[in-house]
Write a protein of this length. Structure first.
Lengths: 422, 93
């Protein structure tokens, strides 16, 4: 037997996997695991699983050859990053012996343990890991359907939508109003809307200094609120105006043709409307029967196995398990832990214990970073946040600290995308 | 000392024993998203387990300054930090 530490001395992702407390039985276990979703969760999971258990047949169902990462896509809006820098492919994953099916999963037959893809092919699994991400809920905000998203982009799934919103910002009239509709919790990337507002302000302060950024929020408090609010004042004066639920700011309907946004209180004519609608687990999760009435997927927080359907595990944004937020960081951690637990379970071994970390960096400006972090412990079907740990960056810190955190944000992006996509 | 203890562990366990040659934890998986590439302290493979343990304990006590790691290290017992360091440390210098 090769010792754990000897294996650890090899470089690369496999080394990390080899360093885990996963049993030798588990590491030589064969079987079929199918993974749905080619984002941070699915890609990380496929690679972790193959590294941990080379004999396992790992299939990754991920349509398209390019995945556009959401983290840092707000820098694309700000004109300081190219969309192509957000693009990741599956070449490394395929070279590592993972079978990738470049189609969309359209159904899951959990009774017969099969996934059905677009062309009708049925793919059998022993265990299925779903990392389907979110779908935008086009049924809940009157006026905001798929067609409306072409006029009032959400840009909450990166790619074409990012480019559309960036183009609208570039073409906004001088002194125009950029409005953003922000949903109630839970949704993908809790601090994301506020980072976006910051970076739109960064762009506008250079190119359209009399522009107004109006944030219409369906809640009264938000992630890193004190930090964002102070930084906005410091860097952008009164360019950004945030209004919360109590002020009647919740958006209740939109009219894309007339660029009108209706709130509890007012009808507002805007120049750019960035509508971030409420969200739920992606459709395929509903097809598989792993969502509950909330629209999200309840899981066992230790193994990520669905509370509703056996042999299906769910990771990433689609899950709902109390405190842990929907972030790329969390999806990547879920993915690795789930891969290890599935390896154990398939070998008939008990699941292992793990505390999980989440960290979200936000950029208030390209050289001004802030962060929020948490440490979580699985407890039944929820993650319990460890009270002694976590929290946001300090409110009073000098520019060098903010600059350092901006640098770490970039480092994190490069590191996590290397781990997920190779 | 670390290597000796590990060698002993490996010898004791030999090859018929499974699931016992490592801490029964997956905690280190949370770290690699940030700490697998780059230079200096960001690449944990460039640090020994002893160095990592020392740093983690100093972050936890507040003795060492950091933008983020002080907030993370407080979520773990000293034993958990030691186990993490063993999981993550690179080869001895």
């Amino acid at each position: 037997m090769i010792s754990r530490r000897k294996l650890l001395k090899k470089a690369g992702f496999a080394a990390l996997a080899a360093s885990l407390g996963v049993s030798v039985n588990a590491k030589t276990q064969s079987g079929r695991v199918v993974i749905i979703g080619g984002g941070f969760g699915g890609a990380s999971c496929a690679r972790a699983l193959k590294a941990l258990s080379p004999a396992t047949e790992v299939t990754l169902i991920a349509p398209g050859d390019t995945y556009y990462a959401c983290p840092f896509s707000n820098l694309v809006l700000a004109g300081v990053r190219r969309l192509q820098d957000q693009a990741f492919g599956y070449a490394t994953i395929e070279a590592e012996g993972i079978l990738r099916i470049a189609q969309k999963a359209v159904d899951v037959d959990s009774e017969n343990k099969r996934v059905i893809v677009e062309d009708g092919t049925k793919i059998s699994y022993d265990r299925l890991i779903m990392s389907p991400g979110i779908d935008l809920n086009f049924d809940v905000l009157p006026g905001y359907d798929r067609a409306a998203a072409a006029l009032m982009p959400h840009a909450w799934q990166a790619g074409v939508q990012t480019e559309m919103l960036a183009a609208q910002l570039r073409n906004m009239p001088k002194g125009g109003v950029f409005a953003m509709s922000i949903p109630d919790n839970p949704y993908r990337c809790p601090p994301g809307p506020y980072e976006r507002a910051s970076l739109v302000a960064h762009y506008s302060s250079k190119h359209n200094p009399t522009a107004k950024i109006l944030l219409l929020d369906a809640k009264d408090t938000f992630s890193k609120q004190a930090l964002f609010t102070a930084a906005w004042r410091e860097k952008y004066g009164d360019m950004i105006e945030w209004q919360g639920l109590s002020q009647g700011a919740r958006v209740t309907s939109v009219n894309p043709e007339q660029q009108l946004v209706q709130t509890d209180f007012d009808a507002i004519k805007v120049d750019v409307a960035n509508i971030i609608p409420p969200q739920r687990a992606a459709d395929i999760a509903q097809r598989a029967g792993v969502t509950n009435a909330s629209g999200w997927c309840p899981i066992n927080a230790q193994t990520f196995e669905s509370e509703l359907v056996a042999n299906i595990h769910v990771i990433g944004d689609a899950t709902i398990a109390n405190a842990m937020p929907k972030s790329a960081f969390a999806a990547n951690v879920h993915a690795k832990v789930c891969a290890a637990q599935v390896t154990q379970l398939m070998a008939g071994e008990p699941p292992l214990s793990a505390k999980l970390i989440n960290t979200c960096y936000s950029l208030v400006a390209p050289d001004y970073g802030i962060s929020v972090a948490g440490v979580y412990e699985p407890e039944g079907n929820r993650f319990r946040e460890i009270a002694e740990a976590g929290g946001s960056s300090p409110l009073n810190a000098d520019a060098s600290v903010r600059q350092k955190e901006a640098g770490y944000a970039h480092h994190w992006f490069n590191s996590i995308t290397a781990e997920a996509f190779g | 000392m670390r290597d000796v203890s590990h060698l002993l562990l490996a010898l004791t366990l030999s090859h018929q024993v499974v699931a016992a040659d490592a801490p029964e934890s997956l905690a280190g998986l949370s770290c690699s998203g940030c700490h697998q590439t780059g230079a200096e302290q960001l690449n944990l493979r460039l640090l020994s387990a002893a160095e990592i343990e020392q740093k983690l304990l100093a972050f936890k006590s507040g003795e060492a300054n950091a933008t983020l790691m002080t907030r993370i290290a407080r979520g773990y017992s000293d034993e958990e930090l030691r186990s993490l360091a063993l999981e993550l440390g690179g080869p001895d210098p």
